[in-house]
Each structure stands twice: as C-alpha cells, then as structure tokens.
Design a protein around this ligand. Structure first.
Ligand code: CTP
Length: 408
C-alpha cells in the first residue's frame, strides 16, 4: 500500500518514542522506505539501532554528520520525502516548528521540504492544553500541517486526559488515507486567485483590504493534492507559504492580476477567483512620495477592470468559472446579482461580519449560489474543508458541461 513512498519519520523526545518503533515497523511492512530522524532528546528514550534495524536505513541525528559528500543530507532528505511524519511530537518541537527554527536535523529538514507534513503530538494533558501549545498547533495547521490528534486516557506522567500519542495503527491508517486521496483533478488546469491587491498612491503608500489569502491558498493546496496543475495568482503581500506543487504568479495590483489571469485563462479548465480585488485605484500614481500640506488631501479613484466579468464574457464552453462574494448584508440578493451579471457557474458567498467567517480566520461559513438560486449552505468548516466542497461542486459542473458538448 505504501510501495514506492519515502516517508521521513521524525522522532522527538517523549516517552511515546517507544511507539514510534512500532510505527516504523508497520510502515516498512506496508512497503514504505522509512528514513528516521531522531532528535537529541529522543536519544534519551530510544536507540538509533532500533530504527536502523527496523527501517534498514541509516538513522539521522546530527545535521553536520554528512556521511555522503555528494549531497547535503537534510536537503536531500527533504527533497526525497513524499511525506514527513513527526511521531511523537513534543511541545518543544511544536514551538520550534511554529517559529520556523532550524537548529537540528529534523527542524532543518522540515524547513527545506515541499512535502506534506503530518504531526502526532504527545505530552502531558496540561502541556497539551496550554495556550502556547494550542496556538503553535493553530499556526502549523494554518500552514497546511496535518495533525493526528492525541488520544485520551492514562498518561505516563500519571495524569488521565488528552495527550497520549495516537496508536501506531491509527497513524498508519491516516498515512494510507493521505496517499489514497481522491485524484479527481488529474489532467485539469486550475487558475486560482487569492488575497488582496495593492493599489499604489506613490512609491511608499498603497490602498488594500483585509483579505489574507487563506481561502484561496486552501483551494490551491486542495486542487494540487487532488492532482490538478494549479496556477496561483496572488499578492506579494500574502505571507502564506505556496502549497506544494503549486505554480505561483506573484502580483501586486488589480491590473497585474488581470494580466496574469488572462495570460493563463485560454486553456484553464476552471478559474476560481477567491481574491479580494480592488474595485478602484488612485487615478494618478505619484512618481515621488506625496508631501503633506495644509488642509485635506483628496485622491481621485478610477475603476479597475473587473477581471471576473471579463472572464465571464470570454468563457470557454467547458470552462468553469467560480466567483466569491464577501458581503455584510443582503447576501443572497448580492450573490445572485453577481452570478448573473458576471456569467459565473456559481459563486461562493459569505457574510464577513459573522464570527468564524471571512478575512483572516481559519474557518469559513459559506453558501454556494448559481443562476437558479441556492445550491447549498455549508456549516462552519476549516477553510481546507470548504475548499474541497467548492472543488467537488466545480468538478460536477465541469462534468455536466463536458457531457453537454456535441460529440464529433
Ligand atoms: N473581482 C474581479 N475583479 C475586480 C473586482 C472583483 O475579478 N476588479 C472578483 C473577485 O475576485 C470576486 C468577485 O469578483 O470573485 C467579487 O465581486 P465584486 O462584484 O467585485 O464584489 P465586491 O468587490 O465586493 O463589489 P461590490 O461593491 O459590488 O459588492
């Protein structure tokens, strides 16, 4: 089941390190090539020889060991990995990973990899509940790290509660699920826009909005995971990491976005415009910094091109075009108006005034509308789950269009 997969198993210093040996063995038995990295604290609990014997691979501990002069080992491992699993992951590891520190073999490999990362925390229940640990996990989750939640029960420290590492069989099941996910976008090209645009006034100032790009990045990640070729057009202001396998076209202004999207639209199977594009830009961009003067400053704005409207007017027969509507009132009415006027297949509408929805949050509450009205309302979900629902609907629409094409 895991034949041909290279799995880097990071083991950090907790008592659950003994369970990592069973995990390593189970992965090897299912055909995976397992490369183990031990942190220096893990060595207090378990010996490298255990993992060497189970994995039949050299175990990595020291970043500077560099046994093979033809490669830099943490970069090489990072590149070879199809998946990195950290089990057990201590509170210290989570803190380091959230901060992006690179002070040992595991942390540098994690920084260097483009592979998906799965983390299996294990610690005392109070440590697990600590706001700092929870915050670090939130940060990592937002960067696309997948968590295998710890179980509840008797902990080695004597407490009973949540914190014991998930059992190796559960972790193996999650890993197998990860590799056998839906691949229903293979051969499809998706153009996805995300985040805010910036409209310059002068060399040091610009107008922008509150969009962080989380929804668009979640869509790009999900589409790439499902096998699509993904072109992500997003602002340089978005600080999120580019999801693995995704091609990034950095832009700044609405006009940059227009140029980038139009250059990619002619052969795109789906275009999803999650970006919050400026509707207006300063009519004049000053060459030098505007100096303050007595009295008020008046800036004249002119309209930007409505990219989505342009795409709707030039839509290919089998192309699926999806828009977003961020509203604070009259959600349905506004969403329907945009679907029809911009010739969209459907629109993802959310009330950005609701808690747990809109800009900057990790969750969203959206409803999908097409020209006939409401398609579905989704409950509050993680943005990556919302992304999968949007892609499911887009795939359905795409299949309908292909079926309706005259057969030659
Ligand atoms: N959009 C676009 N080009 C623009 C402006 C918006 O492609 N210049 C896209 C957005 O990416 C989004 C959708 O259009 O998918 C949003 O629709 P829009 O009518 O622009 O919504 P608002 O900007 O919220 O405008 P309104 O004032 O009409 O609510």
């Amino acid at each position: 089941m895991l034949q041909g997969k290279t799995i880097v198993l990071g083991v950090t210093g907790g008592i659950a390190a003994y369970k990592a040996a069973a995990l390593c063995s189970a992965l090897v038995q299912r055909g995976a090539d397992v490369r183990v990295i031990l942190s220096s604290s893990a060595l207090q609990f378990i010996q490298p020889l255990t993992f060497q014997a189970l994995s039949r691979n050299h175990v990595m501990i020291d970043t500077f060991e560099e046994k093979d002069p033809t490669v830099i080992s943490h970069i090489d491992l990072a590149d070879q990995a199809d998946l990195i699993v950290v089990a057990p992951a201590t509170a210290n590891f989570l803190g380091k990973a959230a901060l992006g520190l690179g002070d040992d073999m595991l942390s540098t490999t994690l920084l260097a990899t483009r592979a998906p990362v799965m983390v299996c925390p294990a610690m005392n229940v109070h440590m697990y509940q600590h706001p700092a640990v929870q915050h670090n996990m939130e940060l990592l989750r937002a960067r696309g790290v997948q968590f295998v939640e710890p179980g509840e029960g008797f902990l080695a420290c004597g407490y009973v509660g949540k914190g014991r590492m998930a059992e190796p069989e559960e972790i193996v099941d999650t890993i197998i699920k990860h590799f056998t996910l839906k691949q229903d976008l293979v051969g499809k090209k998706l153009v996805i826009t995300a985040g805010a645009t910036r409209e310059a006034v002068d060399p040091v100032r610009f107008f922008t909005n509150r969009s962080t790009g989380k929804m668009g990045y979640a869509l790009a990640e999900a589409a790439s995971r499902r096998g699509a070729k993904v072109i992500l057009v997003s602002g340089k202001s978005t600080s999120l990491p580019i999801p693995p396998g995704v091609e990034w076209m950095p832009i700044e202004s609405a006009d940059d976005m227009y140029q980038a999207v139009v250059s990619q639209a002619h052969d795109a199977d789906m275009i999803i415009k999650a970006a919050a594009v400026a509707d207006y830009r300063p009519a004049v961009v000053h060459e030098h910094k505007l100096k303050k003067k007595e009295g008020n400053l008046v800036i004249e704005f002119e309209r930007t091109t409505d990219i989505l409207r342009y795409l709707g007017e030039h839509k290919l027969p089998t192309q699926v075009l999806v828009g977003f509507a961020a509203e604070t009132e009259n959600l349905e009415e506004n969403a329907m108006r945009k679907v029809i006027s911009k010739n969209l297949d459907f629109i993802v509408a959310n009330n950005v005034a609701l808690e747990g929805a809109g800009f900057g949050t990790d969750t969203n509450i959206v409803s999908l509308y097409d020209k006939n009205g409401l398609i579905k309302t989704l409950p509050q979900l993680a943005k990556r789950e919302v992304a999968d629902c949007i892609l499911d609907e887009a795939i359905l629409r795409s299949e309908e269009k292909v079926q309706c094409m005259p057969k030659l």
